[in-house]
Design a protein around this ligand. Structure first.
Ligand code: IMP
Ligand code: MG
Length: 175
């Protein structure tokens, strides 16, 4: 498949690193004295998750889930599938969901409902990016790296048709 063409850089690797440090600092404060159960949403969150966990100083366990609402292109289908569920029971645990980007919020709001039914002690969301659009889902995101306009972005784990995840910075696609 043809790799979608890249446009302008929105955030450099250095800018991302600074924000990741800020977020980690807040998480360390908020969860002091607790144990964290960090859940990365595959595949997009893998880079963010890897950088974030190395700045966390409270005891933590990690797990991953794979969800999909997007097809092969750039449009949400609204249908959420759980391709890979958690390996562990989260009852009584402090769950922090780590996501690359919140767009409509539909994918995560569905999954948060599923997780709430398992009775964790708490559940919060941490997203590197949040699109500044009218949300289709009511989703409280406690930790946000950057708010961005409604553009399609790639890099630092995010893809366009599976391409560009390896970029160390975040770029918009060429218009
Ligand atoms: P939502 O359910 O509309 O919030 O869609 C969330 C998911 O769509 C994210 O976890 C990403 O996997 C994907 N997504 C949404 N916007 C972008 C984007 O600009 N670049 C790459 N992936 C995106
Ligand atoms: Mg995602």
């Amino acid at each position: 498949m043809e790799r979608p063409e890249l446009g302008e850089t929105l955030f450099t690797a250095e800018e991302i690193e600074e924000r990741v440090n800020d977020i980690a600092r807040r998480i360390n404060e908020d969860y002091a004295g607790k144990e964290l159960f960090m859940v990365g949403v595959l595949k997009g969150a893998f880079t963010f998750m890897a950088d974030l966990v190395r700045k966390i100083t409270v005891p933590l366990e990690i797990d991953f889930v794979a969800l999909s609402s997007y097809g092969s292109g750039t449009k949400t289908s609204g249908v959420v599938r759980i391709h890979k569920d958690l390996d562990t029971d989260i009852r009584g645990r402090h769950v922090l969901l780590v996501e690359d980007i919140i767009d409509t919020g539909l994918t995560l709001s569905y999954f948060v409902q599923v997780l709430r039914a398992r009775e964790p002690a708490s559940i919060e969301i941490c997203a590197l990016l949040e699109k500044d659009i009218e949300k289709k889902a009511d989703l409280p995101v406690k930790y946000v790296g950057f708010k961005i306009p409604d553009v399609y972005v790639v890099g630092y784990g995010l893809d366009a048709a599976q391409a560009h995840r390896e970029l160390p910075h975040i770029k918009a696609l060429k218009e």
